[in-house]
Design a protein around this ligand. Structure first.
Ligand code: ADP
Ligand code: GLC
Length: 490
């Protein structure tokens, strides 16, 4: 199958969160199954072209945009360790600036930047003579590819067999744009925008809604989230649009790339280990504590280490953490190691906590990929008290590293973490339901009871490591859905 994946983030070139992990890992898994894959993303000013071996091609694409045509350079690179081509769209007007989205509210012209990306996807495919069986778009950024396929390329011989599949990674960001601008940039007649139309939500243009309604199939990143977005406020206003697509909305659980996330082959960690050599996890724990500045005398005093690697946003339950965690720290029950960046109020809170409890709380702000691996390997527990969580990858990394997840049972967290049962010794973590500080405190208490308590400690860690969340199964499910999309188009 010819698969064209278009996204705003792809690891290792441009990453803010798990979207990049998925768009970087899926193409590799598809290629291993014999599919032809190309990836398209913008050449942001932050991408290190030399480091990644990205070179300029002599291709210049003309992109119809509004009633005019704009031009973009096409640069070429490959997903690391593969020969999968990645085409980077270079435009000094749109992408050649620091940052992917811009701070806080984002760049003012994000509508233009991402609508341009969506339209350019088709012209790059044509210039490459790559006839996609499927265009796989991700989140609101490339959602406009879905209506564009049906409106502009429906009668185009080149795209005659092309279907559109749209994957939702997060309903919280929908691409809500000024309708006049967005309809014009997309090349859609202004009169097609009216109350109740496929582009309209609450009076403005909604890229996510258009993606949902025009795609041949819609997927989201876990089965539970697929239900939540249809039937609960997690649909963030688009429940009706999703319900109208009935069985076309499919939950496919994310997976992890075990060439990057395996404790036995992880080049970033002090002592690689497997389920049979779990003792070595202690070496990683001590190395982590040393790295984050805990004194040698303190390191000798063994306490459970709770790790987190996260965007610091409301989604990730940082408010809950704020109402519950200090008591554990103050009572000398845990050490907390957090790597996170995001909202200032959360960063300030954590830095202040670290200032007041320097032996117990260590906080890294900013983005640090190698440290994120060492936190997974060196922590005993991994905390994810999310308010909502479409899937979540970091709890899957934690499981693979024998680090026990403590999670709120929502979205993908409830699909991947099951409450450990001390009678049958089954399952892999600790969960809580209510979004309250008390519920989190209770879950922490339960989890800490198993710390180094045999036989539970060995069972729960081995159960975690035995979970199979690898990307291969995820990738196959996508191909199955691509097949359904093709059937429904015939
Ligand atoms: P989300 O996409 O909602 O942020 P996920 O759990 O799906 O959540 O994915 C987050 C990804 O971003 C993981 O790969 C995680 O390790 C990574 N990550 C988040 N914050 C940081 C950080 N400060 N430094 C390094 N990696 C980070
Ligand atoms: C989003 C979600 C996260 C998911 C990731 C990759 O950013 O917040 O839960 O794992 O996308 O699909």
């Amino acid at each position: 199958m010819n698969i064209l994946l278009a996204a705003a983030e792809v690891t290792p070139f441009a990453k803010v969160g798990g979207l990049a992990d998925m768009t970087g890992a899926l193409p590799k898994a598809w290629a291993e199954e014999g599919h032809n894959v190309i990836v398209i993303l913008p050449l942001y000013g932050t991408i290190d072209v030399e480091k990644h071996g990205i070179v300029k091609t002599d291709m210049l694409v003309d992109v119809p945009f509004g009633s005019w045509t704009e031009c973009a350079e096409v640069w070429h690179g490959m997903l690391p360790g593969t020969s999968i081509p990645v085409y980077f769209l270079r435009s000094s007007d749109y992408y050649d600036r620091p940052g992917i989205y811009g701070y806080h509210e984002g760049f003012e012209d994000n509508d233009r930047r991402f609508i341009f990306l969506s339209r350019a996807v088709f012209e790059v495919a044509r210039a490459l003579d790559f006839r996609p069986d499927v265009i796989h778009a991700h989140d609101y950024h490339t959602a406009p590819c879905m209506p564009m396929l049906k409106v502009h390329y429906h009668h185009d011989e080149f795209f005659r067999h092309t279907t559109g599949v749209f994957t939702i990674h997060n309903m919280a960001y929908q691409g809500m744009y000024d309708p006049q601008r967005a309809m014009e940039f997309c090349g859609f007649p202004a009169k097609e925008f009216y109350t109740g139309s496929w582009y309209e939500q609450d009076g403005i243009f909604n890229a996510m809604k258009a993606g949902i309604l025009f795609a041949d199939k819609i997927t989201t990143v876990s089965p539970t989230y697929a239900q939540e977005i249809r039937w609960t406020p997690e649909g963030m206003g688009l429940q009706g649009a999703l319900q109208s697509r009935g069985g076309d909305v499919i939950g496919i659980l994310n997976g992890i790339d075990s060439s990057v996330w395996s404790p036995l082959h992880d080049e970033h960690i002090a002592a690689p280990y497997s389920a049979d050599t779990l003792k070595k996890k202690d070496i990683n724990k001590r190395a982590l504590l040393k790295e984050v500045g805990v004194s040698p005398a303190e390191i000798k005093r063994d306490l459970p280490v709770v790790g987190m690697v996260t965007r610091l946003t409301e989604q990730k339950g940082i408010s809950l953490l704020m109402s519950s965690i200090e008591a554990f720290v103050a009572a000398d029950r845990i050490r907390l190691v957090i790597l996170g960046s995001g909202e200032t109020k959360f960063e300030d809170y954590l830095l202040n906590l670290a200032y007041r409890y320097p032996h117990h709380v260590r906080v890294g702000t900013g983005y640090n990929e190698p440290l994120s691996h060492r936190i997974q390997a060196g922590s005993d527990y991994y905390l994810m008290p999310s308010r909502f969580e479409p899937c979540g990858l970091t709890q899957m990394f934690a499981l693979a590293y024998g680090t026990i997840p403590i999670v709120r049972s929502v979205g993908g967290l409830s699909d991947t973490v099951q409450e450990y049962d001390p009678i049958s010794f089954t399952n892999n973590g600790v969960r809580f339901h209510r979004y309250t500080g008390d519920a989190l405190t209770h879950a922490m208490d339960s989890a800490l009871r198993f710390y180094k308590k045999e036989p539970h400690w060995t069972h729960i860690r081995r159960n975690a490591m035995a979970c199979d969340n690898t990307i291969a199964a995820t990738a196959r499910r996508y191909v199955e859905v691509f097949g359904w999309a093709q059937e429904s188009q015939r």
